[in-house]
Design a protein around this ligand. Structure first.
Ligand SMILES: Nc1ncnc2c1ncn2[C@@H]1O[C@H](COP(=O)(O)OP(=O)(O)OP(=O)(O)O)[C@@H](O)[C@H]1O
Length: 742
């Protein structure tokens, strides 16, 4: 490494050194015009006052002849408290003002022009004053008497004078007087310049290297490029070229895609296609309004991944609900066939994380069969955490106070409040230490107690799945490597509903950059569960080279609906960016808002309305099948079902019908096992539903049981923890039957 580079990489710690390296001198004159003013200030001209150089130029600086000045004790002056002016009697053109400040201010006599000549650095250690000059105090000022070759420039120094010095001291003044901050400034400027040059050349080299790798089709180049941009080592031009280069290679590869893929992409609009078919190694963010073809674009994106050679089993698609997962699988299956679609691991965040935690449970201090604490157990664990906390407190307080122990009701009351606290803490990934640091001792203790309870019960709650998955990926390299090789591409639906921990998990999984997120900040509905729409901003920050596409055309709704929704949503204060949805659909009917006093009135209104619109004799007659009813709770649905039956209106219930629900099917199967017409199918079904093991294990166990003998499941129910819901329903039923009998 040559000295220049050495200096840039590891600048000398001794900035005070007055010995300037040859190279630096070279840099000063060559590189930095800015240094001129500073250096010139310190170097009076070597010419006499009549010299033409002393009259031209605009610099307020002159060069001083080396042996013409005596050394004023500037170091001493600098430390003196008294502020004094130096007056130059022989050339009374101005005065030298020495203030406590370090700055050098030059007040130039108007009759003398500043000098342009630049002084070589070799002359920097010259005296500023003639050697035969004397300092003399006159009134409040000290006067410098100098030789006749004293330059006709008056300098004002930002320092104070040691008043008691009558004569300029020894020749060592040169070093003492010279303010070496001057060198420091020059050094800094030079170093900065060299730094910039080096960074520039390094950036260029990096860019050339990355560009050649893009041409060679290196898919990992995106990760490095992203990092370089993050570190400010790539130029905007490079990023633009990078994108262009990538797009060209994509256009080539999509043109040779299978016919059905091409047909599918063909049906998408330009923006949808642009998103679906963009480079798979560039992180992609799709902002999509409702009904704008989000799912359609996601399907197109999966096709692109398949087309680029990613195996279906290596594409991890994350959705928030199982309904969304099956919708996506169905749509993909329609293009690529059911077999391929079934290979795609489409999963919710929780089921994905649960699998990961089960596979590496021992790393989390659990066994693979750890329990999952749902809402009820979570609350009980919180109550227990409080009990522990209260016991701790009791130990610290006196016996009398112990007599007023809190009741179970008060624990329950508090637990409701703290459930929210635990949820938020886990969604943000905060530990009890974080709360302790913020002075929240109670919060820290409850959280710590809660976590200890779960650990000692070999349990995790739903939030733990995500937290623990993040921990596994960050703390265990082998887990990270395993995930990177298993999940070569990630596609995330409803991105607006990801919590900050879920985002962290995604970021880790997508370290290869092959990630597509799709969402709409206006549709975030999981904030109660820790969802954080800032995930969009985090994505933009974390993946510096990324592509963003906005889908704004609504294909589903009439213009009245789109406009009403847009005008309503614009009041949202926490929108990331405004997405103005548009539609080319017709205006449609106006929206009617009807206020009803109760469920029955609501139901009656809806039924009347249905009868009215279906009995219209217009050409565009609406049939029952064209009408949908949305309700918030299943209970409300029951009222509608009853009303429809009474009015003979045919209807279908979307979602899982009552008798098709797993729990209901199991109860029916269980009840069937008690009938004389016992069938082993019912027994098998009940047995499998009640076993607390996974599918594979159930199959194995099923084969070990003899189904010849009739079997009833009512006796061993206490042992079958997994069938809790079924058993409690049965319990309720038996109580009901007893009550009816009585
Ligand atoms: N480019 C298009 N041209 C015509 N119709 C389209 C286009 N894209 C989507 N659609 C139609 O718009 C409707 C909504 O599409 P899709 O379900 O993909 O949207 P979405 O954004 O997922 O909806 P949601 O609001 O439920 O999330 C569907 O009927 C679909 O066929």
């Amino acid at each position: 490494m040559d000295q220049t580079v050495k200096d840039v990489v590891a600048p000398s710690s001794d900035h005070r050194s007055v010995v300037i390296m040859e190279e630096k001198r070279h840099q000063i004159t060559k590189n930095f015009r800015a240094a001129k003013a500073i250096s010139a200030c310190k170097r009076p001209r070597q010419s006499n006052p009549s010299s033409p150089h002393s009259r031209n130029g605009d610099s307020a600086c002159t060069k001083v002849q080396k042996h013409q000045f005596q050394d004023p004790p500037v170091r001493k002056l600098l430390h003196s408290e008294t502020r004094t002016s130096f007056r130059l009697p022989s050339f009374d053109h101005g005065h030298i003002d020495l203030s406590p400040s370090d700055e050098c201010i030059v007040k130039l006599d108007e009759r003398f022009s500043p000098i342009r000549t630049r002084v070589p650095l070799s002359e920097i250690s010259t005296n500023l004053f003639p050697t035969n000059s004397v300092f003399e105090r006159s009134d409040s000022s000290t006067v410098v008497r100098g030789s006749d070759c004293f330059p006709p420039v008056i300098k004002t120094f930002g320092c104070s004078v040691n008043i008691g010095v009558p004569v300029l001291p020894s020749s060592s003044y040169l070093d003492d007087e010279f303010d070496d901050s001057f060198f420091r400034e020059i050094d800094e400027i030079c170093n900065k310049s060299s730094d910039e040059k080096i960074i520039k050349s390094m950036t260029l080299a990096t860019e050339l290297h990355l560009s050649s790798r893009i041409k060679l089709g290196d898919e990992n180049v995106g990760i490095e490029a992203n990092k370089m941009v993050g570190d400010g080592k790539c130029t905007d031009l490079f990023i633009e070229n990078y994108r262009e280069e990538k797009q060209n290679s994509i256009d080539n590869s999509t043109s040779s895609a299978p016919r059905q893929y091409l047909d599918y992409w063909e049906k998408l609009n330009d923006r949808q296609r642009e998103a679906a078919c963009s480079d798979i190694n560039t992180p992609l963010m799709i902002m999509a309004g409702p009904g704008s073809g989000k799912t359609s674009t996601m399907v197109g994106r999966v096709l692109m991944l398949l087309n680029e050679g990613v195996s279906p089993s290596n594409i991890l698609a994350m959705t928030f609900t199982t309904a969304a997962a099956s919708e996506m699988r169905g749509r993909i299956g329609a293009v690529v066939g059911k077999a391929v679609a079934n290979e795609l691991p489409i999963s919710t965040f929780h089921s994905f994380s649960l699998q990961l935690c089960r596979s590496h449970a021992e790393k989390l201090g659990r066994t693979a069969e750890f329990l999952i604490y749902g809402h009820g157990q979570q609350r009980r664990a919180i109550i227990e955490a409080f009990r522990l906390y209260d016991n701790q407190k009791k130990d610290e307080e006196n016996y009398e106070k112990q007599q007023n122990s809190p009741t179970i009701e008060s624990f329950k009351e508090r637990s409701k409040k703290w459930e929210k606290f635990i949820t938020q803490a886990k969604a943000c990934g905060k530990s009890h230490d974080d709360y302790r640091k913020n002075g929240d001792e109670l919060g820290a203790t409850i959280l710590a107690n809660y976590n200890n309870i779960l650990r000692s019960c070999n349990a995790l709650d739903y939030h733990d799945f995500i937290l623990c998955s993040v921990k596994l990926l960050t703390d265990f390299q082998e887990v990270f490597v395993e995930c990177q090789s298993s999940w070569k591409a990630i596609v995330v639906d409803e991105f607006q509903d990801t919590s900050s921990m879920q985002y962290k998990l995604l970021k880790l999984l997508a370290s290869h950059n092959r990630i597509t997120v799709i969402g709409d900040d206006d549709q975030s509905i999981f904030s109660f569960n820790g969802a954080d729409i800032c995930a969009f901003d985090s994505f933009r920050e974390d993946f510096q080279i990324y592509k963003e596409v906005r889908l704004t055309i609504n294909y589903r709704s009439t213009r009245s609906i789109v406009e009403a929704a847009s005008s309503l949503i614009q009041h949202n204060s926490k929108r990331c960016q405004s997405n103005s949805a548009v539609t080319y659909n017709s205006c449609g009917d106006k929206i009617t808002v009807k206020e009803c006093h109760n469920d029955a009135a609501e139901c009656a209104f809806v039924v009347d309305k249905i009868m009215q619109i279906t009995s219209c004799s217009s050409s565009s007659k609406i049939s029952f099948g064209d009408i949908a009813i949305l309700y918030r709770k299943q209970v409300t649905g029951k009222a509608f079902q009853q009303a429809f039956r009474e009015r003979k209106i045919p209807f279908n219930i979307h979602g899982v019908a009552f008798y098709r629900k797993k729990v209901i099917k199991t109860i029916i199967a269980l009840l069937n096992t008690t009938l004389p017409s016992y069938s082993d199918t019912m027994a098998r079904q009940s047995f499998k539903a009640l076993l607390p093991v996974d599918k594979e294990e159930k199959k194995k166990l099923e084969n070990t049981v003899s189904w010849q003998q009739p079997m009833t499941f009512f006796e061993p129910k206490a042992q079958l923890s997994q069938g809790r819901k079924v058993l409690s329903t049965l319990d309720m039923l038996s109580k009901l039957v007893r009550r009816v009998r009585n």
